[in-house]
Write a protein that binds this ligand. Structure first.
Ligand code: G16
Length: 552
């Protein structure tokens, strides 16, 4: 069967590609650079259409397995948007196909698009006679409606069976993709509906919470995004008596509010509470990001000082709890943790020296972390920004399922472990599921956020964005801890770091925003800030664009 050129060409004419943009499939798919809403749509319209085409091809390549498409720009400002593809088990698109995505997105004319489609079909050895199925969803961004139509046009050009998941969180879309592909098999992941997702999580959490003293209500900053309605739907299913939460920043219909002065990215990078959320000392707070795939927790102490419990802290909490459960259940499986260069040095020290777990460091991006976590019996991966989950290997799952406990306490631990497997969204980081994971541990330990925080103290750190002329001119090595290009830059960073006590700094290009990120940590707040600013100026003065920032 050959390509239906007419169908593709006709559909493509409705989604012309702007001539002056080069697209790259980055950390989390395609994301539009900041632009006002109509422009953001024009920038992404052709990309969306072509992602629809590629999703069809990916599904055909995999013999008709369901592929996921999520329209979101997650933590980015509301005026941005983006799209990413999800592979059948709910994991990110296989990296070997990212080049095809970029190839199609950058075809300048309809003729070039046809030629590149043929090239992909040939190179990837795709049998076009195979069926194709795609599930797609989107977040609350105003530009989604139009952009989703472009995706659908791409799918329709290939006669794909389409499942419209509607307004969903990113992790819900990942969940649905896996469920659709495993339904009716021994690996069935769950009911392929959002109600099925809620029921799965609610049943697991109810089991884990049974007999435990309720903690005070948790305040949840929903980043004015899709997490707001989804959290409320979930609470209706599980019941406020089991999960007492107070949603705030839940205005999805107020223009311009998404991720604005709130949400996980704001809280993590600013190291402060969402604007106008007054922290009651010692109470628990958490923030989702715009598509609810990240979460960070925080609290204020008696003096009103803000304390962040980020992805590193969640990794330590989860790993410690799971290790205890595994031991109590009498299972001989090993836990490992995966981090990125952003992980606070104190967290790595805690994990390796106090918990005694092996730690792997990989480049930023879920695909790298997820892959590395798969090599452990139980692999917890968390980016410091709050994106992460826990993976259980197939043999570990079998052991958990079939192990016969020899004492009542082993049986209790095993029941909890089985519920935990159901609670954790193993397809991708999931703010709702991770929130329940943290709440479970705190319930079981009967810990306040301060007791959780007491495990270790973060080294003071600072993250700075630098606008540069061309972020693609920056390449890194050693899991992004060293800059390779531009040449000579690393030597300057080394020079800046060398006399700073406990100093560490690195520079890497963002894969989701048009900037370079600078991270620095040091023994004191002052020296960490100074180091971050110094390195930011080193980058800006040679490669920056626009006005020189006042403080880095
Ligand atoms: C995405 C990725 C994360 C990554 C973040 C920032 O998050 O899923 O793995 O840490 O972007 O990436 P970068 O520093 O390359 O811009 P999200 O929540 O925006 O999807």
């Amino acid at each position: 069967m050959s390509l239906n050129e007419n169908a593709v060409r006709t559909a493509s004419q409705a989604h012309p590609r702007p001539a002056d943009i080069t697209y790259t499939y980055g950390t989390a798919g395609f994301r539009a650079e900041s632009a006002p809403p109509p422009l953001a749509q024009q920038v992404l319209d052709s990309v969306m259409f072509r992602v629809g085409l590629l999703a069809a091809l990916r599904s055909k390549k995999l013999g008709g397995k369901t592929i996921g498409v999520m329209v979101t720009a997650s933590h980015n400002p509301e005026k941005d948007n983006g799209v990413k593809l999800v592979d059948p088990m709910g994991e990110m698109l296989h990296s070997s196909w990212e080049a095809y995505a970029t190839l199609l997105a950058n075809a300048l004319s309809d003729d070039a698009l046809i030629a590149r489609l043929k090239e992909v079909v040939q190179t990837a050895e795709i049998d076009l006679s195979k069926p194709a199925k795609v599930v797609y969803g989107y977040d609350t961004r105003p530009s989604c409606r139009t952009l989703v139509r472009a995706v659908v046009d791409g799918l329709s050009a290939f006669d794909v069976e389409q499942v419209n998941a509607g307004l969903v969180t990113t992790p819900q879309l990942h969940y649905l993709t896996r469920c659709l592909n495993t339904e009716g098999t021994p690996d069935a992941y769950g009911e392929p509906t959002i109600e099925g997702y809620y029921k799965k999580l609610a049943n697991a959490y109810t089991t884990l919470a049974k007999g435990r003293h309720l903690l005070p209500a948790l305040t949840v900053d929903c980043a004015n995004g899709v997490g707001a309605p989804k959290l409320k739907e979930f609470v209706k299913v599980i019941g406020q008596d089991i999960l007492p939460v107070i949603p705030v920043r839940d205005h999805i219909n107020l223009a311009g509010q998404l991720n604005l002065n709130c949400g996980a990215d704001y809280v993590k990078t600013q190291q402060r509470a969402p604007k106008n959320v007054d922290l009651v000392p010692w109470q628990r707070y958490c923030s989702f990001d715009g598509d609810a795939d990240r979460i960070v927790f925080y609290y204020a102490d008696g003096e009103g000082t803000f304390h962040l419990l980020d992805g590193d802290k969640i990794a330590g909490l989860a790993a410690g709890f799971i290790m205890d459960l595994v031991k109590d259940a009498g299972l001989g499986v090993k836990v490992g943790v995966v981090q990125t260069a952003y992980a606070n040095g104190a967290s790595t020290k805690y994990l390796t020296e106090v918990l005694g777990v092996p730690v792997t460091c990989v480049p930023t991006g879920v695909k790298h972390l997820h892959h590395a976590a798969e090599s452990y019996d139980i692999g917890a991966y968390f980016e410091a920004n709050g994106h992460g989950t826990v993976l259980f290997s197939p043999s570990t799952l079998t052991a958990i399922r079939t192990h016969t406990p020899s004492t009542p306490s082993q049986a209790a631990a095993l029941d909890n472990l089985r519920a935990l497997v159901e609670l954790i969204n193993q397809t991708v980081g999931d703010a709702l599921s991770d929130m329940l994971l943290v709440e479970t541990v705190l319930l079981h330990r009967q810990w306040t956020p301060a007791q959780w925080d007491a495990a270790y103290s973060d080294f003071p750190n600072r993250l700075v964005k630098v606008l540069v002329q061309d972020r693609h001119a920056f390449t890194t090595t050693d899991a992004e801890r060293k800059v390779e290009k531009p040449e000579g830059l690393q030597a300057k960073i080394d020079e800046a770091v060398k006399d700073v006590v406990g100093g560490r700094s690195f520079v890497r290009p963002s894969g989701t925003e048009d900037c370079v990120r600078v991270y620095a940590e040091a023994a004191t707040r002052e020296t960490a800030d100074e180091l971050a600013n110094k390195v930011a100026y080193i980058v800006f003065d040679s490669y920056g664009k626009g006005q020189r920032p006042v403080n880095g």
